[in-house]
Design a protein around this ligand. Sequence first.
Ligand SMILES: [Zn+2]
Length: 141
Amino acid sequence: MPDLATVATVLSSVKTATDIAKFLRESDLSLERAELKSKLADLIGALADTKIELVEVQETLAAKDKRIAELEEAFQSKDTLVRFSDAFYEVGADGKPTGIPYCLRCWESDHRKRQLVEKTFDKKVCTSCGHLYASGNAYPL
Ligand SMILES: [Zn+2]
C-alpha cells in the first residue's frame, strides 16, 4: 500500500518531468533531432511514472476515506453497544443488552460492528473475521 514515500516518489517524477521540459524550453532550436526525441521520450516516461504513482495514491486515499467512515460509524455506536457474555449488543430502552450478538473480537480490535450468525447448533461465527463463539455465550437477546 502506498504511503508518504509514494507521494515523495510522485513529486520526484514531477520534478524530473519539469526539469526535462525546462531543458527543452531553454535550449534553442539547435538540438539535434535525435536528442530532442530522446528528451521527449524521457519526458513521456516521467509523466507515465507520475500517472501510475498517482493512481496508487488515489487508491490509498479511497481506502483511507472508507476506513474513516467505518471509524466514524464505530465512534457513533461506541456508547450504544454493551458487552454481555462473549458478545456485544445494542442497548435496549431498559438499558439492558438486546438484539443480535456482534463479534467481540471485531469490535474490540477493529471497532467494526459485525454480526454473529449460526454455524452449527452450538457455534456462532463472525461474518467478518470467522471467529467462532459458543452459542451459549453469544445468542440473540
Ligand atoms: Zn469478527
